[in-house]
Design a protein around this ligand. Structure first.
Ligand code: SF4
Length: 236
């Protein structure tokens, strides 16, 4: 069972009072005994998700079935950030579960990982009507939740999927075609911008550059790249 600061203070007080009653005036408390264990990442994410469940910060709350907070491993080294939930996500309550989600799962598997190994979320947590692009004011209202999620997880690498995720995280209005494939920095965390799986469904030719981007991510995470013999894919 975890112990919070107030409980530790009460325990120490009782201990000191007992010693005083026994006539002990000097005593030693090991430093480790005073270390307060922080809540786990999973608990902190759950607390944030609970806070968000009834969010009405922007008009997207009116049309949603539910808030789509995020899914995956709270201890993940790798976080994928997309744009916003679509119809399938709104119904099922998880990010990236439609056709684009299935493609993302294949991309993750190609990286020698499983979905349970990574964490997946979106900039916007409620489905925009008719799957339209999120409005700037909706992004502004919602992105603090994403910032908190990333702050809790502290991944080693972030992959930003598509223009909205990249522009929201980097505050950079450069087009995704120019941004993709180049490492950027998000508060000290390496961030790889790449195309959104929905774009790849419409433009299969984009899969090749995305795979190059994901190979760079694998190298950053120390995952062996299939067929790689010590040379960077960008060099070959
Ligand atoms: S999109 Fe974000 S800010 Fe808007 S209602 Fe949903 S959770 Fe709240």
């Amino acid at each position: 069972m975890e112990t919070n600061t107030a409980q530790v203070a009460a325990m120490v007080k009782r201990y000191v009072e007992q010693l005083a009653r026994l006539g002990v005036r000097e005593f030693y408390i090991p430093r480790e005994a005073l270390v307060v264990k922080k809540n786990s990442k999973a608990e902190r994410l759950k607390a944030l998700e609970d806070k968000l469940r009834n969010c009405e910060r922007c008009p997207l709350c009116e049309g949603r079935t539910q808030v789509i907070f995020g899914d995956g491993n709270p201890e993940a080294d790798l976080v994928f950030v997309g744009e916003a939930p679509g119809r399938d996500e709104d119904i099922q309550g998880k990010p990236f579960v439609g056709r684009a989600g299935q493609l993302l799962t294949k991309m993750i598997n190609a990286m020698q990982l499983k979905r349970e190994d990574v964490y997946i979320c979106n900039v916007i947590k409620c489905r925009p009507p008719e799957n339209r692009d999120p409005l700037p004011q909706e992004i502004a209202a919602c992105e603090s939740f994403l910032i908190q999620q990333l702050d809790i997880i502290q991944p080693k690498v972030i992959v930003a999927l598509g223009r909205f995720a990249v522009q929201s995280l980097l505050r950079d209005s450069t087009g995704i075609t120019r941004l993709r494939g180049n490492w950027r920095d998000y508060h000290g965390i390496p961030l790889m911008p790449t195309f959104h799986p929905s774009y790849l469904l419409r433009n299969p030719a984009g899969k090749r550059p995305v795979w190059q981007d994901l190979q760079e991510v694998m190298k950053k995470l120390g995952i062996p790249v299939p067929g790689e013999n010590g040379k960077s894919s960008k060099e070959s």
